[in-house]
Design a binder for this molecule. Sequence first.
Ligand SMILES: [Zn+2]
Ligand SMILES: [Zn+2]
Length: 645
Amino acid sequence: MQIKITLPDNSVREYPKGATAMDVAKSISEGLARNVLAAKVNGEVRDLNRPIDEDSNLTLLTWNDTDGKSTMWHSSAHLMAEALEFYYPGIKFWVGPPVQNGFYYDVDFGGQHFSADDLKKIEDKMVELARQNNAYVRKEMGKAEAIAYFTEKQDQYKLDLLSNLEDGSITFYTQGNFTDLCRGPHIPSTGYIKAIKLTNVAGAYWKNDSNNPMLTRIYGITFPKKSELDEYVAMLEEAKKRDHRKIGKEMEIFTFDDDVGPGLPLWLPNGGVLIEELERLAKKTENQAGYKRVRTPHLAKESMYLTSGHLPYYADSMYPPMEFEGERYYLKAMNCPHHHKIFKELNPSYKDLPIRLAEYGTCYRYEQSGELFGLMRVRQLQMNDAHIYCTKEQFADEFNAVNEMYLKYFKIFGIQKYVMRFSTHEPSKLGQKYVDNPVLWKETEDMVRQVLIDSKIPYVEVPDEGAFYGPKIDVQVWSAIGREFTLATNQVDFAVPARFGLTYRNAKNEMETPICIHRAPLGTHERFIGFLIEHFAGNFPLWLAPEQVAILPISDKFNGYAKKVSQLLINSDIRALVDDRDEKIGKKIRDAEVKKIPYMLVVGEKEEADNAVSVRQHGKGDQGTLRIQDFINRINAEINELLSA
Ligand SMILES: [Zn+2]
Ligand SMILES: [Zn+2]
């Protein structure tokens, strides 16, 4: 019997029933067969060698696909486990998932010592095992049999995982001498893994609960080519030099203080400038795009978060409530509920839509102290937030305008590589993981997909990762050194407005519920500035630089003239300082270069006589002499050009 396989380009090919995705790959080209790692069959990522028994949609996944990478990395976690078991027999394994850059496995060493010094020998063993090219063999197991297997091994962790699995859905995977409870999928064999680096060892509480024992989390990353590992290692070294915590301290951008508490950054004056400039850009951009600015309190009563559905669902990531006057108040974890209340108060008709409410809103998230990381994981965040309320007919235009705004920002910040991860729902989970409204899911997902296609923005579709109340778009960007960051999330929300009773009067004088778009193109100040520090290595573009111009008198005789120049610049909204230390001019120039100040103005007798300045540009050197006003004009023109990208 033949089955029809539909490929992503909509071409249809026929194969005998029971053919595998690998058979399909081989029938297309030998090159593809060598590079393919896994396959997506009707939306589900599966092993390449599993038989396909019915007509199916098939996508062959390679290293260039997120799911291809994940399959390789998850298989690498199994390979690492095999190497670990070789040296530490009797150890127990919890879970070993793929992550954004590689994989980890949580291990209970049962009292045996393990540290970063041991990583090298595990790495070497993994290389040896990879060369054996052992197949990853899948085996379906009855639950009783699986329980017996892990009871015999006295493995309470896998028994715990098994307790949540249903009979009939349980599979084991074995490669070489290692067998794991695992739903897969895996690459065909270990030989696909050509380069291996174990990167880190850390403690991690079992199930992320500090009441539980601490396990050892070992991180690693693997590649299908040695050259890719070399590039990755070089990138990590550059990232270390550009570490936002290091540069943030050197450039006096932010700090943390024990009395304030972990995860609560204090922005120093230079950080204050970055924030002010980003907000100025956002406000101007949003103003031009028809947004209205609002302000909302930092806390609200429990009842609002019950309406929004944050409570009890997200209670773990919110701060404990404050109680007074017989009420419980929570610090806000999101701005949306407050904005919904404002929309309601506006009581609009269809003629007033779309309504776009914007606020650099401060949110509070309870992150465990072990999760905190510089500006990237904090407990308080200032978000470039806005909510767009619109009709179904307006949705495509509004969503498109949001994307345009992203593209504008990418240009301004020189972000060259980006991708939108479009997360959709899974129809079989309606009513559980997803709001039970199949029609609206389909409509909104189709609209989002069409806008993404029309705007030619690179995107990937990720099934079964939508938000509860609608599809979601995570915006991934790459810094100048090629490191990936999640910048922001857009969500389409067709459920919560109804929970808040939000309506507008339509043309027939009936009440209708609007769609809400949540968007935050510049993410949060914390994460975005952390990203920008790495991206620019602290060499901020002129408009953003905390200090734009250093005026350097060649001797103290010219300090007076230097101050006059600086005041003229400041009066023109240019951030200028005078270096009037009793130092040689060469030293002053070197220090200003180290501080990455974009312009240095050297002033002495000739400059004072001509009402002029000698201009030096950071990293570029001497730019000749200009009259003060000409220099001011030049700077303002340069800023305008950068911002009108
Ligand atoms: Zn597994
Ligand atoms: Zn929101």
